[in-house]
Design a binder for this molecule. Sequence first.
Ligand SMILES: *Cc1c(COP(=O)(O)O)cnc(C)c1O
Length: 221
Amino acid sequence: MSSSPSAENYARVLKGLHKTLKLSGRAENAALLTAVSKNQPWEVIRPVLEAGHRRFGENRVQEAMERWGPVKDQYPDLTLCLIGPLQSNKAADAVALFDIIESVDRDKIARVIADEARKQGRAPQIYIQVNIGEEPQKAGILPAEADAFIAAVRGYGLEPQGLMCIPPVDGPRGPYFALLRKIAERNGVGHLSMGMSDDFETALRFGSNEIRVGTAIFGSR
Ligand SMILES: *Cc1c(COP(=O)(O)O)cnc(C)c1O
């Protein structure tokens, strides 16, 4: 029985995820759902946790520490993904809290994360954020610079496990998802974090294996 709106939305999004994977000839577990809990009150997050979900996305380190710090030990199988920009002065906290840092997009932050990971003996997974539509206002490494950047990050002793992108809002998203996939494939990177509330079905059809869904589960922020 799920009486809360967020638990119902969660069930619906999961169903949509599984259905789209099936229609694309992929296994039901071929893609993960990251529930994006940024800016949401605990009352809407808790029902989704209670429904058994354990993978959440946050875009600010401080907010994530306040929200998840006190409850983290209660849920040993929790996976926390940082999907927002990371400043160097927050890198130590990010390495300590997050299991995945999806927004690595410049040399300096890659180095600082590598240093912190060594210092703390903790190794969050690293994803590279690609500014797939080459939009000036968006974070991410440019597509043309992605190969060199991935190689540089490997040089710092980090292995990029995934690529993340947020395509432009206007026009079809498919070509951007296809491009991210191509960059991942030619660099031997396995995880494709792409697709949000309004385009996750498209992203899945283009090979996404991690979708990041906020408003479709928790409502508007
Ligand atoms: C906020 C955010 C999301 C979730 O967006 P919705 O449209 O609410 O699903 C996904 N990815 C990133 C990087 C975000 O900042």
